[in-house]
Design a protein around this ligand. Structure first.
Ligand code: 1HN
Length: 346
């Protein structure tokens, strides 16, 4: 590849004249914005241990009342981006949120899309767009762009969940903002039950109005887990026992920018994932798994989370020879497909 001229090849007076007109020569930077073959990356393989972060999150519960936090969250930040950037990858934000019994996180809506993967505790709920969604371990609850959401807690133990947002991308595009609101009136609960039987969906034919853009906001873990077990049983030869969280009206990704799925690793199974352009996040729901990313070997126990940069093969291994392992996966593939940059490398 041809070596290009450097900035300091140019006379200082010329560079100053360019700068005075807000002009920059491209050629000294061309190879760094278009590196040969594979993108430059900041995202590093990183693991966040739940055992290590949990006491710090509980300490935040003592140090900072909910009124002073609004959302009591420790952000899982990738050091490759700089901790202050609060990014797990180019497009993914991760945070562990704590809500204590009796606490209330007030209603707001914002442009970034969020999902919550419930990690521990019972009795909390999120109200999204008037729908009260109970939170239990492993449930996935969507709070898509523009929908009002607030969190409450009627139980007795701390409740913790993993927030996954496309905040870094939405912030980068200068489209990130929030609006505060008043407590929502609950108009519905558990609408996901309308979609709990595959193949039949509420029919719009004899009713006014069309299907909502986000018809299903809560994906109970019991249902996703049962779907994985039946897939493993009915198709023993399938390479990856995986289900995607989709819009049940049309089968498309459940949100616009990030994609979400759940994976079952059969006892003793090793699953090799090809290098794909999107960065990925793995969060262990149940069992024990090892995630190998380049030279890193992350041993995940329940509630541990790790991330893998894009364009990198990943190997997932069930650490148990007798029990399945269940992994929640978030990735940037809807974004990459919309941008036309999605790639799988053999
Ligand atoms: C947010 O709205 C929540 O509603 C959690 O629980 C984390 C991080 C950045 C921006 C908005 C929530 C968030 C957030």
């Amino acid at each position: 590849m041809q070596e290009l001229g450097r900035l300091d090849d140019l006379p200082l007076a010329y560079r100053e004249s360019l700068g005075a007109q807000n002009l920059v020569p491209l050629w000294p930077s061309l190879r760094s914005v278009l590196p040969p073959g594979t993108p430059a990356r900041r995202t590093q393989p990183v693991m966040w241990s739940y055992e290590a972060l949990r006491p710090l999150l509980m300490q935040a519960g003592e140090l900072t009342p909910i009124e002073k936090a609004e959302r009591r969250v420790l952000v899982l930040a990738n050091p490759g981006h700089g901790l202050e950037k609060m990014q797990a990858s180019a497009a993914i934000y991760l945070g562990m949120q704590l809500l204590l019994p009796g606490e209330w996180a007030p209603s707001h809506k914002h442009t970034p899309n969020a999902v919550r993967m419930i990690v521990e505790g019972e009795g909390a709920y999120t109200t999204v767009d008037g729908e009260k969604c109970p939170m239990s371990r492993g449930d996935l609850i969507l709070t898509p762009t523009g929908l009002w959401h607030e969190h409450g807690h009627d139980g007795k133990e701390p409740v913790v969940w993993l927030d996954v947002l496309d905040l870094p991308l939405v912030y980068y595009t200068e489209t990130s903002y929030a609006v505060e609101g008043k407590e929502q009136d609950v108009t519905a609960t558990r609408l996901e039950r309308n979609y709990a039987r595959g193949g039949v969906v509420p029919s719009p034919v004899f009713s006014r109005g069309s299907a909502r853009r986000y018809p299903m906001l809560r994906y109970p873990w019991a249902d996703a887990r049962a779907a994985l077990l039946s897939l493993a049983e009915s198709q023993p030869d399938v390479e990856a026992v995986q289900v995607a969280y989709v819009n049940p009206e049309n089968g498309s990704d459940c949100q616009n920018i990030l994609g979400f799925s759940a994976l079952m690793l059969r006892p003793g199974e090793t699953l090799n994932l090809p290098a794909r352009s999107p960065a990925m996040v793995f969060h262990l729901i149940e069992g024990g798994a090892e995630v190998a990313i380049e030279a890193n070997r992350f041993a995940l126990s329940p509630a541990d989370t790790c991330c893998a940069p894009g364009y990198t093969p990943v190997t997932l291994k069930n650490r148990s020879a007798s029990e399945p392992a269940f992994v929640f996966v978030a990735d940037e593939s809807p974004l990459h497909k919309k941008l036309g940059v999605y790639e799988v490398r053999a």
